[in-house]
Ligand binder design. Sequence first.
Ligand code: NAP
Length: 239
Amino acid sequence: MRLQDKVALVTGAAGGIGFAVAELFDREGAIVVATDVKPPEKPYPGAIEAMTHDVTSEEQWATVVAAIVKRHGRLDVLINNAGIIAYEPLDKLEMKEWLKMIAVDQTGVFLGMREAVRVMRKQQTGSIVNISSIWGSAAVAGAHSYHAAKGAVRNMSKNAAMTYVSDGIRVNSVHPGFIHTPLTDAQAPDLNDAVIATTPMKRGGKPIEIAYGCLFLASDEASYITGTELNIDGGYLAQ
Ligand code: NAP
């Protein structure tokens, strides 16, 4: 019960990492609102509440957070998890694809933090965890827009951490390495194998391994941690 009675919002929770976070937080006593653009891949367990939510929409962020505050009176934890990936290198990247990536992976995090901070400042407490990536801190060839957005998420997290530190709001980023999820399952096996081959542990991670990191940062156990980045990557970024 490490999140007993905390009200938590998890975005992009229909499957993969977000689903695992929602499930774990529910088990740990949180009141969990799980949102996504699509229905969950299997029914949410426990008392998890589901809402449809496109993180690129300013209006929908306002609606979702207002509904949570109306129903539960507060918002203690935001996990900005929703995301997409794309692999085009810089010279092949179309404007439309660039804008789509920035809208979901970067603007979605901006809108989420902005809406959450407005509530958390009134409470003078809150924890925000933004899901970045190993490619928010280091680079491989290609995937230019993804690197741009995930790198921005890393620094946006640190900026928000500094800006709201005196409001009792902690903001941290989590940087997963290769994780087995619907997102990576849909990718070419040779692409996945190449990332795993360069991972010191020589395996992909499980969504629950990311969820445990989010649990720690969301909980009061991390009360002295803000502006940091937690790499959960099988050793990838230590090389
Ligand atoms: P996933 O299985 O695809 O889950 C992400 C969810 O977000 C999907 O249900 C997706 O729906 C949803 N989504 C997409 N656009 C959205 C929007 N505009 N509004 C709300 N929801 C939206 O991916 P995952 O692997 O669990 O990834 C979760 C997060 O971890 C992402 O931010 C990702 O970049 C990050 N990450 C993942 C890995 C990895 O190896 N899996 C590594 C590093 C970082 P659709 O399926 O319709 O797009």
